[in-house]
Every structure is written in structure tokens, then in C-alpha cells.
Design a protein around this ligand. Sequence first.
Ligand code: GLN
Length: 544
Amino acid sequence: MARFIFITGGVVSSLGKGLMAASLAALLQARGYKVRIRKFDPYLNVDPGTMSPYQHGEVYVTDDGAETDLDLGHYERFTGVSARQSDNVTSGWIYQKIIARERRGDYLGATVQVIPHVTDAIKEFALAETDDLDFVLCEIGGTVGDIESLPFMEAIRQMRNELEPLQTLSVHVTLVPYIAAAGELKTKPTQHSVRELAGLGIKPDVLLCRSEHFIPQSDRNKIAQFCNVRPEAVIPALDAPSIYSVPLQYHGEGLDTQVLRGFGITDAPEPDLSRWHDVTDRYFHPEGEVTIGVVGKYVGLQDAYKSLNEALVHGGLANRVKVNIRWIDAEIFEQDDNDITAQLEPLHAILVPGGFGERGSEGKIASVRFAREHKVPFFGICLGMQMACIEGARAAGHGGASSTEFGPTDEPVVGIITEWMSKEGLQQREAGGDLGGTMRLGAYPAKLSANSHVSTIYGGVTEISERHRHRYEVNVAYRDALESDGLVFSGMSPDGLLPEIVERPDHPWFVGVQFHPELKSRPFDPHPLFSGFIAAALRQSRLV
Ligand code: GLN
């Protein structure tokens, strides 16, 4: 029987509920429990796939092809459990399903209402595929009191009533601000937030109090008294020096112990936290450092490249080095007054990440050229690989090489795919069709050429599976032209039609991949492409 932990947030947004959920799940997992984390997003988009990275941060893609909230990335990275389509739901998704049922006449003439129809659909989602789990952590997006999260709160209230008495637990994450002028911590916002939650029929069992300052026992007691929570279950959650410290820090404050106690479990095995000790030891005691330039488009908001940022750090953990990331707006290389050499020469490696649209593409292509000509380690991801192929084609004499994503071109080195094979069979799409959910999404296998650089990086295997999210592909018709000029197609889709990986054997480290390896990297299991890339940057750092 799975137990359910409902995680809500109060006072303000951006308290790091996702990280908190991921850390709690990691702590329960370290005690031998089987966990899964689900995210309930109250907004009306059906999924975040069409939302701007500036608005919502990166779109995290699962193996089964769902475009999900970036918190699912935290969940995967902290637990190693691959997220699924069924782990992220939005109000829009729920309403779309209900309205489709209503149009079909499935409700047999009933009036369709938030209670019970919407709340039932939410409960169904929370309960699905949970039989083999010990704990299901359900994180509710937004802040208590938001109009749009009310149906989710109501569904939680009902579940707490309908399941067994010790089968559910409510964790509320709040803020305890420090008022510098008064020199005091303030508990009132927490009290108000808990009252708001209680007004919705949910009494929290554990309070996780985010604060910039130490919370003395007297304040914890006060919070406990006013909020009707045991004093030990008021857990201080101070800012951590790194996200990797959070599980150990929360364990030190008793979070997992109090959660288990809330379920009446007092004989749980002690957690094995060795992997977290190892990760934090590597993170806080690096033996060197490298500086990587990421030449992209959404560099103003780091959440837009969340998984990439983490995967680069993981590559650093694997090599015991600190990774400094310099975020560079590709567009600056399109202006005359910016000297690309001055910007890129001090870097130990260059990465061009995924992205959409033409803006900055010439700057990205110029960065690829710099990396190729100066033998600086280069890693191109998705759009980055496409730019590497366009740059390679131009170098090979195809001066007009471009992508049809940027407009009509006579040299479509990158073009739209309208047909491809997936596990479900042939997928088809029209060039002018919907933008939502129409990309090549999720895990696809690729075959690696034996003796290629990438097959060595992957430990000698010749078949891999990686996650995709793109609409365009490198045009296999240009293979001969590119290969004769040194850009080798070393990974292909099993049918040999879709280029998956390109590399330059005459370069110290030059790899482009059509997929997103950053989505599968974990701190305790860094992705081999990132370990290899950072190792190459380290070698480069000894040269410059
Ligand atoms: N815009 C490109 C495409 O749709 C690349 C997408 C990406 O980098 N994720 O194919």
C-alpha cells in the first residue's frame, strides 16, 4: 500500500518546493523505500511544451515523451527514478480530458462540475500506478490561496479523508523572514499560511520553514503552538551552500524522521547516505577548475538551461573539478564590435545548447567555427549539433547551408521531418501543423559506429537510448559531403536515416548530438558525454 505525502507551499513562491520534494524522496529512498514524485501544476496549459523558457524555465522531457515541468528533472537527478508521463499533470490537461469526455456524452447527461468531476480526475491521477510503491510524493505547484490550485487542494482534502488514517501526510513549506531593522524572525506569515491551508480542510503534519537565519527553538515552539503542529515537526530549512547539500542538511534537521513518524513508522532502517556524502565531498573539494562557455539564446535565465547546468556540474564531479559556466548570448557574435576571439579564447571548452528559432544562429555557427579551427573542445546539443553541421557544410563549400527552421533555403542541411518511426509505429506530421506535442519526443535508440570516439565515450557500446525534443533533423543527403570534409556521422537512428551524432576525428573533442544527454545525467551517475567533455576541457586548461 503506497503512502501519500502532499507537499504544498505557502507565503511566497520560489521556496524550492521541488528541491525539497526531491530531497525528501532521496532520504526515504536511502532508507530502502521505493519512491515516486508527482507534480501537479495548476496552470491551464495542457503541458509546458509550448511555454517560453523565459516564463517557465526548461521543458523537461521524459523517456516516454512527455514535456514536463523542470521539477521532474530535480526528481530524477535526486532519486535516479526515471520520470514518466504520469508524473506531471496540469489543470489544462485535466480539463481537456473532462471536456473530451463530456463531448462524447460519457457523463450521461450529468452536470459536469469541479466537485466531483475535476477532483475525481485529480485523485485518479494521483493514485494511478502506485501499487508497487512505498511513498508517492505529490507536489502542488503555486502557493496556497491561489485560485487555480483550489481543486487540487480539495482533491488532497478528500484523499486524506478517503484513504487509511496513517496513509497520507501533509508537508507545508513556508517562509520565516528575518526583518533586519527589528533584528527578528517573523512567524506570522507562516501562521497565516497554515490558517489558509486549514481553511481548505488540510492540517499540515510537518512544516518546513525556509529561512535565511537560524531559527531558535523558541520560534519553533511558537510556530508549533500557533500552527497546531508538534514542535519536532517544525523543521528549519536554511539556505544551503549547494543543492547537493540539501538532502544531508534536511536529514540533519530530522525531516525524514518526522515524516516517517507522521506515518507512525518508528522502526525504519537508518538511511545509507554514502552517495550524498560522496557527491558533496567531490563538490566542495575540487582539485582544479575549468571554464566552459555556453553560447546560447536564453542565457538571461539560468532555469532555461537547468538540466544542462546540472549535467556540466556532474561532469565536474566525475573529474573532481569545479566547473565555471560562462553564459554567452550568441547574438553578440553577430555584431561587428564584438571580438569572438577575445570572448572565446580564454575558455577551456565551448558548448552550443538546444534552442528554437533563428535568433543568434549565426553567432552559434561562428562559435562552432572558432572551436573547430582553434581545436577547442566543442559539444553541440540538438540545435548545437545542427549548427555544427551547417558550419561543417559551409566549410566544405556549401556556402548557402542553413536550416529550414530559419526560412526557405537552397541548401537544407537541416530540415523538417514529417515522418519518422517511433515505438508506436510511423509518426506523421504536416509542416504547418500544431506546435504543441508534435516534435520527435522522448527516448529513441541510436546505433554508434564501432571504433568511433562516441562509442569509446559510452564505454564501448554500439547501441544507446537518449531523449529527444526537436522538430528538425540533419539531412542525411549531406552525409558524404560532410564526412569527406572530416565531420563524421558516428551515430544514426537504427534505420540509418536520421543522424544522431557527429564527431571530428581530427579534433581533440568535437561532438554534436541530436538528443539531450543532459536530461539523463545524475550527480551520482554523471552522463559519459559530460564526463568526457569536462575531461577534455581539463586537458585544454593545461594547454592554455
Ligand atoms: N529547433 C531545433 C529543432 O526543432 C532544435 C531543437 C532543440 O534544440 N531542442 O529541431
